[in-house]
Design a protein around this ligand. Structure first.
Ligand code: AMP
Ligand code: MG
Length: 409
């Protein structure tokens, strides 16, 4: 039996980022950039107004006769709206009405906002300038945000809504990214029937495949649910022959020591097993290896074990394939309000709800921690980690908790 850390290290040693592809800009969210993005243009591409107002020569805004003199009156020669270019320059003694985002007309070196002017209605032929404005006032110069030749985004950056905004600004209709992994999800067991079937004696519904499908999607991969293999070598072989077209195979069940635990046998027949037992609870029987060169993560059959081991091992695998380097969920110190009565010799990951209360994180466990108790997963946002060796956790003791709803660090 190996430790959780060793298991993760041995798994990740075999996993690397997938190949580069191009996706349409809207599909790039959540993926990692496969190259540096260098601006090919100045952004903004032209000097433009930051305000609705009047474009003028700043020296024309000086009051006529000293500090308290008459306000300057300028002739309004036209208007420039956003999306259009002025058809004549601004000359001394004149100005042009200008809207936010409109290019500053030639000749003008300043924009005065409409609030600092007085006119005779919206189409006034003149305007009074009520305050002096310096050169450059309310003008957003070309290249103020990004300059042609500037590296704006680095290879390996995660693309989110804000990066997409920058990429759109720079004209990247499609983006070079590391592609999303495709993951096959395979259930095993003669007792496992599908979700729409009525229960029959001795049968249970396939919860794992659906749980894992959603977890795989949330981790950023594309899930392919391949149904359930019977507990026969033939049935498993058939399913695996389909599964090997994907980047990753995730199975549940069939990896412990029972007579019908055949996933391991097929792995050694068609590939290799790296390990198959981890010193943890829930989820001791986790197998990792390859089949026809495709990494295979064999998770336990008990739904809670499958869920927890996916979080600890499956999610990091998918993130490495996506190109991520931050893989570990943050851990915080918590007070375990209700304590943990069950003692385990293996490292114990206890399902809990962690909340910030009165200046500290407080964890409440979710009851019966049996690996078949699916309701122990409900409302969970953290796993309280109890070290190996049967450590007792009394009510009010502190412990580390792995935060499942915080981004990886
Ligand atoms: P196994 O590792 O195959 O011995 O399975 C361990 C336990 O998990 C057994 O009680 C199985 O019935 C149960 N189990 C296995 N696969 C599934 C599944 N897909 N959905 C729900 N429970 C399962
Ligand atoms: Mg089974």
């Amino acid at each position: 039996m190996i430790s959780v850390e060793e298991a993760l290290a041995r798994i990740l040693a075999e996993i690397s980022p997938l190949t580069v592809t191009r996706v349409a800009l809207p599909e790039s969210s959540g993926l990692l950039l496969a190259q540096d993005i260098v601006a090919q243009e100045d952004i903004p591409p032209f000097a433009n107004s930051a305000m609705d107002g009047f474009a003028l020569l700043s020296r024309d805004s000086q009051p006529r006769h000293g500090r308290h003199g008459q306000p300057t009156r300028l002739r309004v020669t036209g208007e420039v709206a956003a999306g259009y270019v002025a058809d004549h320059p601004v000359e001394e003694g004149t100005c042009m009405r200008i809207m936010t985002g409109a290019p500053v007309p030639e000749g003008a070196d300043s924009v005065i906002q409409v609030e600092l002017t007085r006119a005779e209605g919206p189409n006034s032929a003149w305007v009074e300038i009520l305050e002096a404005v310096p050169p450059g006032n309310n003008i957003r110069p070309a290249g103020e945000d990004m300059q042609r030749g500037q590296t704006v985004l680095r290879q390996g950056s995660e693309i989110g809504p804000w990066e997409i905004g920058v990429l759109a600004t720079l004209g990247w209709a499609s983006v070079p990214v590391i592609r999303r992994p495709h993951a096959a999800i395979l259930g095993t067991g003669d007792e496992v029937i599908d979700v729409e079937e009525p229960l029959r004696p001795g049968k249970i519904r396939n919860s794992n495949s659906y749980l894992l499908e959603a977890a795989v999607r949330r981790a950023g991969a594309i899930p392919h649910r391949l149904g359930v293999a019977r507990d026969t070598v033939e049935s498993l072989r058939e399913k695996f022959s389909e599964a090997v077209q994907y980047d990753l195979i995730i199975t549940s069940g069939g990896v412990s020591v029972g007579d019908f635990d055949l996933v391991k046998n097929i792995m050694s027949e068609q590939g290799q097993i790296n390990f198959w037992r981890i010193n943890m609870r829930p989820g001791k029987p986790v197998a990792f290896g390859h089949i026809s060169g495709v990494p295979l993560l064999g998770l336990p059959g008990n739904p809670v074990s499958a869920a927890v081991t996916f979080e600890l091992f499956g999610r990091p695998v998918i993130r490495v394939m996506l190109g991520h380097t931050r893989l570990a969920r943050p851990q915080v110190d918590v007070i375990v309000e209700d304590g943990i009565s069950e003692r385990a010799m293996r490292r114990h990951y206890v399902r809990a709800r962690v909340e910030w209360r009165d200046g500290r994180f407080v964890a409440r466990t979710t009851g019966n921690q049996g690996s078949h108790i699916m309701t122990s997963l409900l409302n969970v946002n953290a796993l309280v980690i109890v070290p190996e060796g049967g450590v007792e956790v009394h009510p009010g003791d502190s412990a580390k908790a792995m935060m499942l709803d915080w981004p990886e660090v």
